[in-house]
Ligand binder design. Structure first.
Ligand code: PEP
Ligand code: MG
Length: 612
């Protein structure tokens, strides 16, 4: 039966595919695809794991004292029976053979399916056996955890290739090429990073806000995504056909043929729109009245530089270096590893500037999965970003040295996140001096860097003279600036309706920052999600912004807005929006006529604008 689930749209487009549910097991498992020739070895791993658990339980049974409570013996019998059950073994074999899931993934997938069958049972005693099943599967998984899979990550089909395959075109025996969509309760940014090289054509999570870091990584993958879909992971079953409408924030489960055809059409329209936009790749971003606009890329890994260049970025405005630190089970990258990573990003940008932000770990970006649960009561207000760095000077110095060394290979800007206090600024600067002195002592070469601060705490936006005294440029992190100005957890879908980039207070802080930088001739950009939102481009241009940093996937759509913009008309309109009690409403008002004495640039020298 077709039904739909509503959540928050985070990454545009339509994905149609079979649902893959992950993350329901209490044991952390890896999810990856194996090669066909590895099927037998992978099935063997499960068999060995299962046999080991059977042996263990049988040993326990034999060692059981005569006067042991009968419930205990009965429990062991039930566990052994579940382990022998055909449904478990046949199902696991199916996922490995037909879908090429790795052993652990196949096991948790089958667990999910049987667990649902238990849930639907009338008999209470049988329903309660679900917990036993979970226990035996977890025993097998734990056993397998100690036995490392010899299988490496195979090269996967790209998400774009997957996205192209419409569900309605698939036949059952083509199951290996069926697009897959990921459905999970929650995914950490590190999980998302793992999925970066994978095959998913879209994803849905129960939790998360539009600017949560998980959503941000999803956007960088450029696949349709919906977050905050509440109970999606409960309602969707393994292998259901699912449509993800990333524009509307809707998930359609088990769609009828008519609905499938409709979304298939929308999907093709989206592809055509992308193709049309791609013609703007080499067009400089200049407004109708001749203002040059800098469109930069936000990246998470050095390898993303390639995509940034392809998308037409003129530099990297935000390299979120913390992604190099995540999912490493506590061991942090050393100076050499970081230097090589930054160097790859710098060289990848082929002479264009790269802004490397020092590590911003904390809040919804834990170092490792699972760490999320142990953090403090208000992690977003806790030891995050520069606070974390200053609390561990040795770690911070290592990163600073690596960045300084990478600056030998191209133009590097150093960006510091979440500063609020003068003391933090001064400590950061003295550590930077110290890092240079250490490199001097070691006789290691390093390059010059421009120094920037992120404006993402209201206190920083209200202390601009202090920041402008010490920094060469400022970059407004609107994701956090909105979160901290409005006291809305950006990762919490239950307050997502109050997370408002157009709140007058947010616009005021943003405008003040832009104006203060202009007054002192210092660079200013916006690198939060607002910069990549085409609905905001005209407003930001009208407020005077000329440097935008966003996911590479957004660059061409924003460029299209820039090419159509006339800042002479946008300026007065943006001023009215800024002064309005209801900026969202004021934004719907038409622009006034352009002043007579300011002719609009008719011939840009670029030839005619592409006709959209
Ligand atoms: C921001 O806060 O707007 C920003 C760009 O940083 P992050 O999203 O990584 O917190
Ligand atoms: Mg931030």
């Amino acid at each position: 039966m077709t039904f739909s689930i509503h959540g928050l749209p985070v990454a545009r487009g339509i994905a149609i595919g079979r649902a893959v549910l992950v993350g329901s097991s209490r044991v952390e498992v890896a999810h990856y695809f194996i090669q066909p020739e590895q099927i037998t070895a992978e099935i063997d791993r499960v068999r060995v794991g299962r046999n080991a658990v059977v042996d263990e339980l049988q040993r326990l049974q034999h060692a059981m004292p005569k006067d042991a409570p009968p419930e205990l013996t009965a429990l062991l019998d039930v566990h052994l029976m579940l382990l022998e059950d055909e449904t478990l073994t046949t199902g696991v074999k199916h996922w490995i053979t037909d879908r090429l899931y790795n052993a652990e993934w196949a096991l948790t997938t089958q667990l999910e399916i049987i667990a649902r069958q238990f849930d639907e049972m009338e008999d209470e005693y049988l329903r309660e056996r679900k917990a036993d099943l979970e226990q035996v599967v977890e025993r097998i998984l734990r056993y397998m955890k100690g036995v490392v899979s010899p299988i490496a990550l195979p090269p996967a089909k790209s998400a774009a290739e997957r996205r192209k395959g419409g569900a309605h075109q698939m036949s059952p025996d083509e199951s290996l090429t069926v697009p897959l969509v990921l459905v999970a309760h929650d995914l950490s940014p590190a999980d998302m990073l793992q999925f970066k090289q994978s095959v998913f054509a879209g994803f849905v999570t129960d939790v998360g806000g539009k600017t949560s870091h998980t959503a941000i990584v999803a956007r960088s993958l450029d696949i349709p995504a919906v977050v905050g879909a509440r109970s999606a992971s409960q309602l969707v079953r393994q292998d259901d056909w699912v449509i993800i409408d990333g524009d509307a924030g809707v998930v359609v489960v088990d769609p009828s043929p008519i609905i499938l055809a409709e979304y298939g059409f929308k999907q093709r329209q989206g592809e055509l729109e992308r193709e049309r936009l791609s013609r703007l790749r080499h067009t400089p971003a200049i407004t109708l009245d001749g203002h040059k606009v800098e469109l930069l890329a936000n990246i998470e890994m050095p390898e993303d530089a390639v995509g940034a260049v392809t998308a037409g970025a003129v530099g990297v405005g935000l390299f979120r270096s913390e992604f190099l630190f995540m999912g490493r089970k506590g061991s942090l990258p050393d100076e050499e590893e970081q230097y090589q990573a930054y160097r790859r990003a710098v060289e990848g940008m082929q002479g264009m500037p790269v802004t490397i932000r020092t590590v911003d770990i904390g809040a919804d970006k834990p170092l490792d999965k699972g760490q999320k649960e142990d953090t403090h009561l208000n992690p977003a207000l806790g030891l995050r970003a520069i606070r974390w760095s200053l609390a561990d000077p040795a770690m911070f110095l290592t990163q600073l040295r690596a960045i300084l060394r990478a600056a030998v290979h191209g133009q590097v800007n150093l960006l510091i996140p979440m500063l609020a206090h003068g003391s933090e600024i001064r400590q950061t600067l003295s550590l930077l001096d110290f890092a240079r002195a250490e490199l001097d002592n070691r006789g290691v070469v390093y390059g010059p860097v421009k120094l920037g601060a992120m404006i993402e705490i209201p206190a920083a936006a209200l202390s601009l003279p202090l920041f402008l005294k010490y920094f060469d440029f400022l970059s407004v992190g609107t994701n956090d600036l909105i979160q901290y100005t409005l006291a809305i957890d950006r990762a919490d879908e239950s307050v997502a309706h109050l997370y408002d980039p157009l709140h007058p207070a947010v616009l005021r802080l943003l405008t003040d920052t832009i104006q203060a930088c202009h007054a002192q001739g210092k660079g200013v950009s916006v690198c939060g999600e607002m910069a990549g939102d085409v609905a905001m481009t005209r407003l930001l241009l009208g407020l005077g912004l000329r440097s935008f940093s966003m996911h590479p996937a957004q660059i061409l759509a924003v460029k299209q807005e820039v090419l159509r913009a006339d800042t002479a008309r946008l300026g007065p309109w943006a001023k009215r929006v800024l002064e309005s009690e209801d900026p969202a409403l004021a934004m719907t008002e038409p622009l006034s006529a352009r002043p007579d004495n300011e002719p609009c640039r008719v011939d840009s020298g670029l030839g005619p604008l592409p006709n959209f």
